[in-house]
Each structure stands twice: as structure tokens, then as C-alpha cells.
Design a protein around this ligand. Structure first.
Ligand SMILES: COCC(O)(O)CCCCCNCCCN
Ligand SMILES: [Zn+2]
Length: 669
């Protein structure tokens, strides 16, 4: 299934007609440079083009009041003076004779996108629209917004398709107060927003944009505000909030549709955000949301005012929606102190609503200290010399690297005679194993080697690895006689390269062999129900879950809160995912794991399975081919206290080596 792109150049045909410093950044060129970049990068042509349409009045009234609509309806016929007069009643917004028409097209574009995804015409998509929407309220325009495109789309999806749970992720750098007001008492719509806040000193300067606004009445817990109290937030700050807050809650919420208020003023260079995240961060934010809701994701443009970083960010988002592998993010450091304080405040404010946030017993309740932080204005900040002097416009950043999709997406090594699933290539080679490799294997696997079939698939496996190294193949799956033998072969082969870094993920118990050396060429994370005898080290992380991989919530907690931060910070060039014999991992979680891991190493994921576990070849191959993992069962049970304890213990032990594991501020230590 494809990716929809909804765009109509009519929405470029309105602009600011008078002097207003607050509004001059919202220009038609925002849309044209974004669309032209999609065309230039050949992305537009790969999308399914869906026409915009005008929203009907009934659709607009899903969110807005009659009197507000009646007022806006008059603007096409207003003189310039009347338009100015009409505008004065609202904040940081302007009207134009054609803006009502464009606002209806913006809503209609979001609804067209929604229809295309909900009817299965496409898997996901993006609507490039203006005027944006997330600030507009039931009876008021605000912040360049006239109608609340995404809020209307959420109500529309619930009404027309009976969607029971909608997740709205607002990564725009401003708080979408219009969306918050719309759904704050509604438990069927989970609204998540991060936003520049600076202790209420930043627009729209609302007390209710702070982290302690968790929603009201039945909606308590379903409104998540992450205030950025400092500018200069980076990729690691954004990813930390995804790993330690948004993703665990999103998986527990188990949405049937994901809507993104895709504002790109949170990227580097933007005059509004003054943040420092690179445009390719949106490739990863999109990727991390794509396995929710069976992949049903609708991204609707909100803000973004730097005409260089905006199109780059739009292209990064669309390219991920199309299934291209995200770029590798290098030198991800620790989240900054201010981000950690905000993260900790939000987690503690929401702990009572989400079982995934239930911390290990006994950890200090950080709420009180957070109050102190808020009043004190949060000292102790990122003070790289020189960053302050540069204005947003003066910021420089590298063009995001090309994201090339290898000619073959997925290749399989299967036991003799088996046919590969549709869409996959099969690899079988008759070459002999390299003598040195044979010697190495004899050292460790004398007994197995007597069984001649033990070596059968290894030459093919080596060929597969070589093709991945040459980027001829993106990912692969091998069904072998012995996964530990195959693992050693692969690591022996890739280990020769000087700078190779392999993330080894072992699902299930059993010895992972001596490869887990401490030279940094591998980082092994083993998730199982066994207490492995190997001690935890910086490069060997045994995650002991009471029910091993059989318990979805424990596994997801380990995946999101441990494996993802470790993997992103390690930044491997290959991911080796090993299903140990009799791992007992439940299907849904396995496919989530296969899906999420493809965000690393430009998608170079190699899955090893043992003969006899063939049942999983089909589902694994479909996820490797880019099909979204099916949703986990709803509701996700609360993680076992022992599992919470185990993950927390590992995090506190490892976070000095792996700072992306941090999710609490020092200030409460
Ligand atoms: C949904 O609209 C997208 C948006 O969130 O980017 C709108 C921002 C309005 C910003 C209003 N203050 C501007 C002050 C000028 N420095
Ligand atoms: Zn914004």
C-alpha cells in the first residue's frame, strides 16, 4: 500500500496584506518550497496524489461554533479595513479575502487524507496545507490558524469510521491549545504536545500548557504537555521524550489511528523554535510512530518558517512514510538537564494514569521538586559557548544525507527446498566456508559440527551478509541449524572491518557465546526469562523479564525504555536479531521489534531463526518488507513489578555509560 500526498496550490493564494511583525513569517512560500522539494527529490512522484477538497460546513462544525463560522464566512467580502478590524479580535493571526477558501481546503485536505488511510486506499500520508490549525479554537482564530484541521479530522474519523482511539502527536514547537481544549475531557483522543514554554514566557503564554495539565474529568491522563523551558533542544532531547514517555504511553493507549500535527518549527534554524534538532530527526520520529495503529498515520502540516529546514524536514517525513530507511543519527549525547526535568515532571504527573510509567517502588516522587524547578526557573543548563550568539537564521547544519533504498529490500536463506514468501529474494550459494571460519567454528562447536547439515546454510548466510555490506540488500532473514553458530559466523565476518558496530539483539535465553567482548564492536542486549551467568557490562546487557518474551508489556518496556536508547546511542551499522531456540516470544511483540529495529543501521537488519521455528518466517518477512506490525492487544496489561524493577535497575546501572537512558533530572538526586 502506498503513501498519499494531498496538496493544492490554491492554498498558497493568500498572504499578509498589512504590516504585522508577529505574522510576517507565515508566507505562501512555505508551501511552495516544501512541495517543490518533494518534486525535486522524486518523492512527490512516488506518492499517491490525492486531491484537496473544501470541507463542508457540517465538517467544520464538528469543532467550531456556528457564530465563529458565520463570522469567517463574511471575510471574503470584506474590505481591507474590515479585514483588519475582524482580525483584531484574535491573536497572532491575519485574514485575507481568500483565506476562508484556503481554510476550507486545509480542513478538506486533512479529511481526504483521513479517508484514504481509513479506507485502505493508502497506508499513510501527508497533507501539505495552510492555514495551519492546531491553535484555532471553537470560536476563535489564533496563531495563523483559522479552522483546526487535525481536531476536525479526529472527530471526523470517530464519527465516520467509528475509530475508538485516536492519538494526536503534535511535534510543532508551539502548544496546540486549540487541540487541547477540544479533547481535554475526551479519553478517546490522546493529545501529546511538546512546545517551547520557558516557564510561560513563550507564546501563547498559557498556564494550561504546562505539564500538570493532564486533561479533565474522563479525559484525565489523555492530555500530555511537555514544556521545553529552554531553547536549543537537540535530537537526543526529542528522542528521550519518545523513548521514555510518548511511545510507552502510545503503546498502552493502542490507538486505531495516528494523526500528526506536523509542525517543523521544532527543527534547527527556525526563528520561532530556536531549537537545534536536525531535519532528519523527523525521519526517526515518523518511523517510531509507524508501527502504531497498524501503520495508519496521517501527517498534517502545521508550522515551520525557515525556508531551508522546512522542506528538508518535510522530505525526511515523507520519505519515511514511503518506507525508505532513516539516516543514521550520529553522536547522540545525553538529553539536557532542562529536558530531563520536564520529562520527569510529565512522567510523574501522568504516573497515576499510565501503568507503563509506574516507576519502581521507592524512587523519589519528583513532583514536589519539579514545582521547585518551575518556580526557580530551572537553572543548570546547556552552555555550549557560542550557541547563544548565533540567531536561528545564522545556524548552519549539514544537508541530510541521501537515503538510498537498496535494489533488494529483503533476502532469505531457507532450508533446502522451501520457497521464499512473495517479495523476498532467496539466497543459496554452494561456496565452501572460509577455512579460517571453519577453524573458528571447530574451536567452539566441535560436537555440532559432526552433524554435516550444521554448516549447510552458513555459506549462503555469508553471501547474504556480503550483499548487505555492499548495500545490494537492505535486510534479511536466515533459518539456520544453529543460531549461535550462525551468530558467531556473522560476527566473525563483520568483525574484521575496523569500525564495524553490530547491535546484537537476542530474544530468548541461552548462551550467546563469547562474541560479546568488551571492544565495542558489538553491543548485545539479551531479553529472556533466565538469569544469565554472564555479568552485565557496557556492551552486554542481559534483560531478565519474569515471563521472558511472553509478556508483551514487560517486553515493550524493555524495548522502548532500554533497547531503543541503547541502540540509538550505539548507532550500529548492522542489527543482528536472533530468535534463540524456544524463546516463546509472542508474535505481536516480535513483529513490533522487527519493525522498530529497522530505524537503525539504515535498515540493515539480519534476523536469525533456528530450523523448526519456520512459522514465523512469513510475518517476519512481511515486516522486513515494510508492512506495519499489527497492533498489540488492547489493553496492554500493566508490566509486572519485577520487570519494572529489572529495567529500572539496568537503567540506573548503565546510564553513566549510555546517557540516552536517563529519564530523570539530577536535581532530584
Ligand atoms: C499552527 O500554526 C503553526 C504555528 O504553531 O507554528 C503557529 C505559530 C504562531 C506564532 C505566533 N507568535 C508569533 C510571534 C512572532 N515571533
Ligand atoms: Zn508552531
Amino acid at each position: 500500500m502506498g503513501t498519499a500526498l494531498v496538496y493544492d496550490e490554491e492554498m498558497t493564494k493568500y498572504k499578509l496584506l498589512w504590516v504585522d511583525p508577529a505574522c510576517k513569517i507565515e508566507v505562501p512560500e512555505r508551501l511552495t518550497v516544501s512541495y517543490e522539494a518533494l518534486v525535486k527529490n522524486g518523492l512527490c512522484q512516488r506518492c499517491v496524489s490525492i486531491p484537496a477538497r473544501e470541507a463542508t460546513e457540517a465538517e467544520i462544525l464538528l469543532v467550531h461554533s456556528e457564530e465563529y463560522l458565520e463570522g469567517v464566512k463574511k471575510t471574503p467580502y470584506m474590505t481591507l479595513e474590515d479585514l483588519k478590524e475582524f482580525t483584531l479580535q484574535y491573536g497572532d493571526v491575519y485574514f485575507h479575502p481568500n483565506i476562508y477558501h484556503c481554510a476550507k481546503l486545509a480542513v478538506g485536505s486533512a479529511l481526504q487524507l483521513c479517508d484514504s488511510v481509513m479506507t485502505g486506499k493508502v497506508r499513510n500520508g501527508m497533507a501539505l496545507v495552510r492555514p495551519p490549525g492546531h491553535h484555532s479554537m471553537r470560536s476563535a482564530a489564533s496563531g495563523f490558524c483559522v479552522f483546526n484541521n487535525v481536531a476536525i479530522a479526529a472527530r471526523y474519523a470517530k464519527q465516520k469510521y467509528g475509530v475508538k482511539r485516536v492519538l494526536i502527536v503534535d511535534w510543532d514547537v508551539h502548544h496546540g491549545q486549540g487541540v487541547q481544549y477540544c479533547f481535554e475531557d475526551d479519553p478517546s483522543v490522546l493529545y501529546f504536545s511538546w512546545h517551547r514554554y520557558e516557564h510561560q514566557k513563550f507564546w501563547p503564554n498559557l498556564r494550561e500548557s504546562d505539564y500538570d495539565n493532564v486533561g479533565k474529568e474522563d479525559g484525565a491522563g489523555f492530555n500530555i504537555n511537555v514544556p521545553w523551558n529552554k531553547v536549543g533542544m537537540k535530537n537526543s532531547d526529542y528522542l528521550s521524550v519518545f523513548f521514555h514517555l510518548l511511545l510507552p504511553v502510545a503503546y498502552e493507549f493502542c490507538p486505531e489511528l495516528v494523526l500528526v500535527c506536523a509542525g517543523f518549527d521544532s527543527a534547527i534554524g527556525d526563528p520561532e523554535g530556536e531549537m537545534c534538532a536536525s531535519p532528519d530527526i523527523f525521519a526517526h520520529l515518523t518511523h517510531l510512530l509507524m508501527n502504531l495503529a497498524g501503520g495508519k498515520l496521517c501527517a498534517v502540516l502545521e508550522g515551520g518558517y525557515n525556508l531551508t529546514s522546512l522542506p528538508q524536514s518535510v522530505c525526511q517525513t515523507v520519505q519515511t512514510l514511503l518506507g525508505d530507511p532513516p539516516t543514521r543519527l550520529s553522536d547522540l549525547g545525553a538529553p539536557c538537564e532542562s529536558a530531563l526535568e520536564s520529562l520527569q515532571c510529565v512522567r510523574s504527573a501522568h504516573r497515576q494514569y499510565w501503568s507503563c510509567l509506574r516507576q519502581a517502588a521507592g524512587l523519589p516522587d519528583s513532583h514536589v521538586s519539579a514545582k521547585r524547578i518551575r518556580s526557580a526557573g530551572g537553572e543548570g543548563e546547556r552552555t555550549e559557548v557560542g550557541e547563544e550568539e548565533k540567531s536561528a537564521e545564522e545556524q548552519a547544519w549539514p544537508e541530510p544525507p541521501q537515503r538510498v533504498s537498496p535494489p533488494v529490500r529483503c533476502a532469505l536463506v531457507l532450508p533446502g527446498g522451501e520457497a521464499p514468501p512473495d517479495g523476498c529474494e532467496q539466497i543459496s550459494s554452494r561456496e565452501e566456508l572460509h577455512p579460517l571460519m571453519l577453524t573458528k567454528l571447530r574451536e567452539h562447536f566441535q560436537s555440532e559440527l559432526d552433524n554435516c547439515s550444521a554448516l549447510a546454510s552458513l555459506p549462503s548466510l555469508m553471501t547474504l551478509v556480503e550483499k548487505m555490506e555492499k548495500n545490494e540488500i537492505r535486510n534479511g532473514l536466515a533459518v539456520v541449524h544453529s543460531v549461535t553458530m550462525a551468530m558467531m559466523c556473522v560476527l566473525q565476518h563483520v568483525g574484521d572491518a575496523p569500525s564495524s558496530r553490530t547491535l546484537v539483539v537476542c530474544v530468548g535465553g541461552g548462551s550467546v557465546g563469547s562474541h560479546a567482548r568488551e571492544d565495542g564492536k558489538t553491543l548485545t542486549v539479551q531479553i529472556s526469562s533466565e538469569d544469565t551467568e554472564k555479568p552485565t557490562g557496557k556492551f552486554y546487557v542481559p534483560v531478565h523479564l519474569k515471563k521472558g518474551c511472553g509478556d508483551a508489556s514487560g517486553f515493550m518496556q524493555a524495548l522502548l525504555g532500554l533497547l531503543l536508547p541503547l541502540g540509538y546511542q550505539y548507532n550500529p551499522d548492522l542489527v543482528l536479531l536472533v530468535q534463540m531456540p524456544n524463546a516463546g516470544v509472542c508474535g505481536g511483540v516480535w513483529q513490533q521489534l522487527v519493525g522498530v529495529l529497522q530505524g537503525f543501521a539504515q535498515g540493515h537488519v539480519l534476523v536469525l531463526m533456528q530450523e523448526g521455528e519456520q512459522a514465523r518466517v512469513g510475518p517476519t518477512a512481511s515486516t522486513l518488507l515494510g508492512d506495519p506490525a499489527p497492533p498489540l492487544e488492547h489493553p496492554l496489561q500493566a508490566p509486572l513489578p519485577e520487570d519494572v524493577e529489572a529495567v529500572e535497575t539496568l537503567r540506573s546501572r548503565l546510564q553513566s555509560d549510555w546517557s540516552l537512558l536517563q529519564n530523570t533530572g539530577e536535581s532530584t538526586a
